[in-house]
Design a protein around this ligand. Structure first.
Ligand code: M6R
Length: 583
């Protein structure tokens, strides 16, 4: 989604901003731009297309704002790219989010003789702020304008005539980075990591004034205190190193990241488990890959007799009447900024359940809405397709389940031994995965089946394949096949069968039979081959591993290799963004 970065300090702002925009590229964008204030004027450069194709830019000035845009209102173009300036060039704005009543505001401003050159809601907003500047300062004008605005925003407003910027946030992530005699702000920690780890997370309804060495935050017209968090990430962790893509790097990092996920303070585990134990009902909610991990937790808890329900965050509100103050809602998210999840948590707030979050990023909006947080500590995940966050989430879920069960030490050892096997799983499956890719890359559809806890793996593996290779892929519970999907199977259609030697083995093999009889090409994921399998992806023996981790790793790799073989960039799939911060 769109990215914001900004600077107020002593250094050349344009150079800092251009580097920062490159650090935001991974979020997905179609255009970019920067605006620098200098000697009473604002200079703007903005373009459709890739930042890496931009010539080295060096504008004079020490205060500026920058943006990567992912089109919502108005097509990708130079004109629709941010920053947007007020009709007279006195103000510039960068904006993430959507102003839903922008058309009515635009009509009104047109009558007041404002002029517009783009189709965007953001250009309306900067002119609306301008229209409020008669007798008041930039902060008051921004606050007044925002009272008329409906929708979501993180905005930074730059003025030709002031040596500070004004920020505002509602339902879109926004952070301030406190440097040494310089200040930064961004929608995402990544561009700030070169300069500071001291970060302040703005809350909904906050406005802020940022100078080179101070910041003031206001909410509902009063000054408020927002304390800084230290972000435990480094820029080095986000370097590609010798890998061709971030997704490849992140798949290979899982041995280490699963181990990191296991380093949890006993008191955090205890506090969360005590809430879970006392819950009348547990709701697990998330989107995408995090939802698939949530399905694993759902089964782990329900096996232990807990009343659980796993729901897509965008659907949680339809089940709101079941949630009470004795419920626990477990929110799972890599970014902690997924709009559907944030909106779901706000929606159920009136029911007053306890909210426990399983997160990767520190200082997120979901964190603000939670009673307890456990971090998976996977470090920055840059690839749009989530991999190491998924296995980190699952590791933490097993740890919590182990703690609930009184078998924390055994669970930790099992997870450690699983982590140690990641390297071998990848090495040993490499040639078979290459064969599958080579022979099946022309297929239009792939189906994945699994049962019980392996159903989540089927869904996750299908999600990985479809989002980066654009091959149609679906995951099913094995038993579902004959209730419909079997009609899709014909000669040569690939069916990936998740068949670890656990209690689901016989049933899933019998489902594989059903598919094979209709001509499917069977790709078996198991510790032992079977006569049904046309392709065999070997995973370790069952007794010492956690299947939702060992089975998914080679399938992440299959998706990665398929995307590369088809000439797609797995790190930047079309139409997708790393954090989905709009509903
Ligand atoms: O940051 P989150 O975990 O909340 O993100 C949820 C989904 O948007 C995310 O998992 C998405 O489905 C990924 N592209 C999957 O690889």
């Amino acid at each position: 989604m769109c990215g914001i970065f900004g600077y107020v300090g002593d250094r050349n702002a344009s150079q800092i901003l251009m580097q920062g925009l490159k650090d935001l590229e991974y979020r997905g964008y179609d255009s970019w731009g920067i605006a620098i204030a200098n000697n009473g004027t604002i200079n703007v450069i903005k373009r459709k297309g890739e930042i890496s194709k931009a010539e080295d830019l060096c504008l004079e000035g020490r205060i500026g704002i920058a943006h990567t845009r992912w089109a919502t209102h108005g097509v990708p173009s130079d004109i629709n790219a941010h920053p947007h300036i007020s009709y007279d060039g006195a103000l510039a704005i960068v904006h993430n989010g959507i102003i839903t009543n922008f058309e009515a505001l635009r009509e009104r401003l047109l009558k007041e003789e404002y002029k517009f050159s783009s189709d965007t809601d953001s250009e309306v907003l900067v002119n609306l702020i301008h229209s409020k500047m008669n007798d008041v300062g930039l902060l008051e004008a921004t606050q007044a304008a925002l009272t008329e605005v409906e929708g979501s925003y993180a905005i930074a407003v730059l003025s030709a005539n002031h040596d500070y910027v004004v920020l505002a946030k509602k339902e879109s992530p926004f952070l301030i980075g406190v440097g040494n005699d310089e200040m930064f702000f961004a929608s995402d920690i990544m561009p700030m990591l070169d300069y500071t780890k001291k970060v302040i997370t703005l809350h909904d309804g906050d406005t802020a004034v940022l100078t080179q060495n101070s910041f003031e935050v206001f909410n509902s017209d009063s000054k408020v205190t927002r304390s800084a968090t230290s972000v435990p990430w480094s820029k080095k962790e986000a370097e590609l190193g010798n890998f061709a893509h971030y997704m490849q790097k992140e798949i290979h990092e899982q041995e280490r990241t699963i181990q990191e996920a296991l380093r949890q303070p006993a008191e955090t585990l205890e506090a969360i488990c005590s809430s879970l134990k006392n819950a009348e009902r547990i709701f697990i909610t998330a989107e995408g890959t995090s939802l698939n991990a949530g399905m694993v937790f759902d089964l782990l808890l329900s096996e232990k007799g807990y009343m659980t329900k796993c729901l897509r965050a965008s659907e949680l509100r339809h089940h709101k009447n079941q949630i009470t103050q004795d419920s626990v809602v477990v929110a799972v998210s890599q970014s902690g900024e997924t709009a559907d999840l944030i909106s779901a948590l706000k929606d159920i707030k009136e029911k007053n359940p306890k909210v426990v979050s399983i997160l990767n990023r520190v200082g997120s909006h979901v964190e603000q809405l939670s009673d307890h947080v456990i971090y998976i500590k996977a470090g920055p995940e840059i690839g749009v397709a989530s991999t190491k966050a998924y296995t980190g989430q699952i590791a933490v879920m097993y740890l919590l389940a182990g703690n609930l069960n009184g078998s924390l030490d055994e669970t930790r050892s099992l997870l450690l031994s699983t982590a140690e096997k990641v390297h071998n799983i990848l090495a040993e499956s490499e040639s078979e995965i290459s064969r599958i890719v080579e022979e099946l890359k022309g297929q239009r559809d792939f189906y994945f089946i699994g049962k019980g806890i392996n159903h989540a793996t089927a869904l996750e593996a299908a999600l990985k394949l479809k989002e980066i290779s654009y091959i149609h892929a679906e995951g099913f519970a094995g038993g579902e096949l004959k209730h419909g999907p079997l009609a899709l199977i014909e000669k040569g259609v690939p069916v990936v069968v998740i068949a670890p030697k656990d209690s689901t083995y016989q049933d899933i093999i019998s489902n594989a039979h059903e598919a094979k009889t209709r001509g499917a090409a069977i790709i078996g994921v198991s510790s032992e081959t079977h006569t049904l399998f046309d392709y065999f992806v070997k995973i370790p023996e069952n007794h010492s591993t956690i299947y939702p981790i060992t089975s998914v790793v080679p399938l992440q790799y299959l998706a990665y290799k398929m995307a590369v073989a088809l000439g797609k960039n797995p790190d930047k799939p079309r139409n997708l963004a790393k954090s989905v911060t709009v509903k």
